[in-house]
Design a protein around this ligand. Structure first.
Ligand code: NDP
Length: 482
């Protein structure tokens, strides 16, 4: 059976414990590979490799770093078919999605930061009349840790690694143990692209073992983490006494605010995507749908009709809209929320049941589910489900919908549908979230700051924000005589 090995100091290696974790194919429920079960010792070995590589990498010219990163981007593109297949097999997402979104974006991450680093500059401040010149030197931090989740595996893994290495750091990274395959494949690509040994080290294994060892390592000075809010809280608690730099991108419970004056057809089509893309397993999915009362009944009917037409199926079937959920425990968690919704008095308008896919009977398939709820404070409207389940509620006034949109502990993104510019600005300013999309969704320009407020995290990724995170600013103050 295929073995997913650690990638340390430019070489693939077995875990020191010589133990392995089963890796499941969510589309049929079968174990198809084995993952290195890395522990503290493997992390130490990865750290030592990264430490050794740092002096040279941090002094490598920007042009050379950029050249290698662009080469990695090109190799990802050249291996798109193979990587997309692996991503889909590991995660359960439709192959078409992995081909169109996940893998191209992983390539873009390297290309973007490979170019961005050539434009990254710092400030200078002349203290006029004092013969003093200050400037900010932005230096790489050293060895940094990157930990990513399973929903967009290579996409989010590279979103952290690319700015980290562009800025001159060396990295110890861990993908989710649930979806390690494309991170494993990235090692070989980096070697082929000429990335020096030890600049990127990838350890596989569980969060509480390998992940925790990265976070708790006293010499790994910065942690960039994307994952659940509870894990983020644990990481913050571990890292805070060591005063580590932290970037935490956590959960979401994102609202859609749909006004009667919107472009209805466009809104309907995009809302279908924002609800169920990647089986609803995107932190930016709009899982709470608030609709102005005058169009609520029409929307409910049209939306439910379209949702019921979505095809749940094997990820490799080109007609599939909704693939498999990532794992059995996750599927059970999502199903438990459908039961909670019913107990709370919610009405399942469509979906709610597992789907048996012919030829893949043991896969983790669930119907896309729309639930009408009557209290925005109910659990199913408050807690992150992270699956193909959305809630629906009408509203009457702007004030009411803003209160409901903000009435959760999360604040990652919001989507607003209206043609009224004044309302757009009024609401965008009042919404508590890191991103507001107006008449669009998941429209990403990699130069923009990305992240959340409240329990959705601290810090921002993207563009120069990420390069700032992965560098330490130092003030150099020089006085001179006339
Ligand atoms: P988890 O928090 O369970 O895991 C995320 C990563 O952290 C995994 O690699 C995991 O390893 C690791 N991990 C788990 N425990 C620890 C620990 N104690 N110390 C260090 N690392 C640890 O999240 P999921 O993988 O379940 O991902 C889903 C969550 O991610 C959702 O809440 C979603 O909203 C959020 N997310 C946020 C995004 C954002 O940008 N804000 C984007 C995408 C997802 P392992 O899996 O091997 O146990």
């Amino acid at each position: 059976m295929k073995k997913i090995l650690n990638y340390i100091d430019g070489n693939y290696c077995e875990p020191i414990s010589e133990t392995w974790i089963d890796n499941y194919n969510p589309s049929n429920g079968e174990v198809y590979s084995q993952i290195a079960n890395a522990n503290e010792q493997d992390v130490e070995k990865a750290y030592e490799a990264a430490k050794k590589a740092f002096p040279s990498w941090s002094n490598t010219t920007i042009e050379e770093r950029s050249r290698i990163m662009l080469r990695i981007a090109t190799l990802i593109e050249e291996n798109l078919e193979e990587l997309a297949y692996a991503e889909s097999l590991d995660n359960g997402k439709p192959l078409s999605l992995a081909k169109a979104v996940d893998i191209p974006r992983a390539s873009s991450n390297f290309r973007f930061f490979g170019n961005a680093i050539t434009q990254f500059a710092s400030e200078a401040h002349e203290s006029v009349g004092l013969n003093t010149m200050n400037f900010t030197l932005r230096q790489p931090i050293g060895v940094v840790g990157c930990i990513s989740p399973w929903n967009l595996p290579l996409y989010l893994f590279t979103w952290k690694i690319a700015p980290a290495i562009a800025a001159g750091n060396t990295v110890v990274a861990k993908p989710s143990e649930i979806t390690p395959m494309t991170a494993f494949m990235l090692g070989e690509i980096c070697t082929k692209a000429g990335l020096p040994n030890g600049v990127l080290n990838i350890v596989h294994g569980t969060g509480p073992s390998a992940g925790q060892a990265i976070v708790a390592h006293k010499n790994i000075k910065a942690i960039s983490f994307t994952g659940g809010t509870i894990t983020g809280e644990h990481i913050a608690r571990t890292a805070a006494p060591m005063f580590k730099k932290l970037s935490l991108e956590l959960g979401g419970k994102n609202p859609n605010l749909i006004f009667a004056d919107c472009n209805y057809e466009k809104m309907l089509a995009v809302t279908l995507k924002s609800s169920f893309a990647n089986q609803g397993q995107i932190c930016l999915c709009g899982s709470r749908i608030f609709v102005e009362r005058s169009i609520f009944e029409k929307f409910k009917k049209d939306f439910v009709t379209k949702v019921a037409q979505l095809k749940v199926g094997n990820p490799f079937d080109e007609n599939t809209n909704i693939g498999a959920l990532v794992s059995k425990p996750h599927m059970e968690k999502v199903q438990s929320y459908i039961e909670i919704a019913k107990e709370e008095g919610g009405i399942v308008l469509t979906g709610g049941n597992p789907v048996v896919v012919k030829g893949s009977e043991n896969g983790y398939y669930l119907e896309p589910t729309v639930i009408e709820v009557f209290d925005d404070q109910c659990r199913v409207n408050q807690e992150e489900i992270f699956g193909p389940v959305v809630t629906l509620m009408p509203f009457d006034t702007e004030e009411e919908v803003i209160n409901m949109a903000n009435g959760v502990e999360y604040g990652l993104s919001a989507t607003l549908w209206t043609q009224n510019l004044d309302r757009t600005m009024r609401i965008s300013k009042k919404i508590e979230s890191g991103i507001v999309w107006v008449n669009t969704w998941l429209n990403r320009d990699l130069r923009t700051p990305f992240g959340g407020v409240k329990n959705s995290g601290v810090g921002r990724e993207g563009g120069f924000e990420a390069l700032k995170f992965f560098t330490e600013p130092k003030n150099i103050c020089i006085t001179y005589s006339e």
